[in-house]
Design a protein around this ligand. Sequence first.
Ligand code: AMP
Ligand code: ZN
Length: 514
Amino acid sequence: MMLHLRDTLTRRIQPVEPLESGRIRMYTCGPTVYRFAHVGNLRSFLLADLIRRVLLYHGLEVLHVKNVTDVGHLRDEGFDRGQDPMLVQAGLESKTPEEIAAAYEAAFHADEAAVNILPAHVFPRATEHIPEMLRLAEALEDAGHAYATPEGNVYYSVGTFPGYGRLSGNSLAELRAGHRGEVEPDKRDPADFALWKGAREGRLLKWPTRRWGVGFPGWHLECSAMATRYLGPQFDIHTGGIDNVFPHHEDEIAQSAPIGGSIPARHWVHGEFLLSDGHKMAKSAGNFQRVTELVDRGLDPLAFRYLTLTSKYGRKLEYSDRSLRAAAAALESLRGRLRVLGAPPDSGPWVAPSALVAGSAGDRPSGIAAGTAGHGDGAGYVPHDRAGDPTAPLSAAGRALHDRFVAAIDDDLDMPVALALLREILRAPLPADERRWLILDADLVLGLDLHRVWEDAHDAPVDLPEAVSKLRAERAAARLERDFVRSDAIREELAGLGWEVVDGAEGSTVRRRV
Ligand code: AMP
Ligand code: ZN
């Protein structure tokens, strides 16, 4: 068994076979740090996290690189009008571009940590890789794939790359037609794209070059140069949101392939959008939500993680108060049903698997920090093929449930089926130890921090009666719905059964009344 993923390039579902024995190299298009990441961006980063966790579950090491775009984002229309997003934001916030980038980069790390995304091993910043970008642009010019213009712009000549359009399924004729009317008179072909732009008046972030005067890089060039630097000319997986397919990844292939000798990634995986009111969540659309807003509203950010697991990554997912609250209630009921199985033993065959630890924002590497962060360093995580060789003495029925869970995650990340299996495991006629172990083991992939359900229950008896646990979960769901009348009624009901509810910052616990 192995993870199978849908590859955007071949449009087929294919097994992930590591290029290098035992290790996967993965590149994820990361955040643009002149604004906050929204939960839509996080959906794409969660997809990469899920892929990484499934591969770890198969006993593979994963080297993960996620870039930080801290110089003008080419995809923004303003780029072609010479507008500098950093400059615009700097003006708005009365800060330097560096201060802006640093603040939003820190916010991004906090957001990722809040939804349990394992930190990448390298978070290369675009501004720290200008020499690599220039070398690539020069090599492309030398090879006849790029040309410079008197304005100090350097364009990639798409007609020189026969595979151009393959990833996105566009033909050059269509692309040319689509570009009609654009105002870039120095382009030879309307479908050509900029590798480098000459800096005009007012641009803050700019660099001198040997060949083309002072300018700044295109967004696509950033990813080609940084992926090659950290992962080599060919690596296993490249991920991003669906809007990265064209032009970003199409252009990345065109830049990297002629110099590196092959298409840079073996698998191109793209996640569908998170929608809000039926539209793509985007800052420009004004339907923008940060994950911190959930916390402000008393919701657990992991409810958002749970929500993303309720849909296949290749499908659009609607984000609304309703869908989020339903996910929060489902997560709370899952926790409640796990909690009643009792805390795991300290030793013996059913000791809990060591969790993968995403770490707090402060622990996350920044910039070019290498290392093995995210493998739960120090938390005792050891790569092992947990999928093929579970580490607990499962019964035949337990093993069958485990195998079905593995089959679901391997089937192009069929997480809705995997979540349904969790409920089946909880209901299965198996000893509590086995059910708990299966759930906690599965959580290495799900990343819902289920091992924490016993943390706040230390002064409560380990075995909560079924009725009490059910009421506790219902009350938590009512509180999420802000149905305080119902939540107070349940409190009374619990009191009638001899249980007291204690509401704290970390959630509510119940304890026997004395
Ligand atoms: P950006 O900072 O705009 O480059 O976006 C970072 C990542 O988030 C990219 O991989 C985008 O494809 C992805 N993304 C942007 N908006 C959404 C959305 N509404 N749903 C899912 N992914 C998104
Ligand atoms: Zn990228």
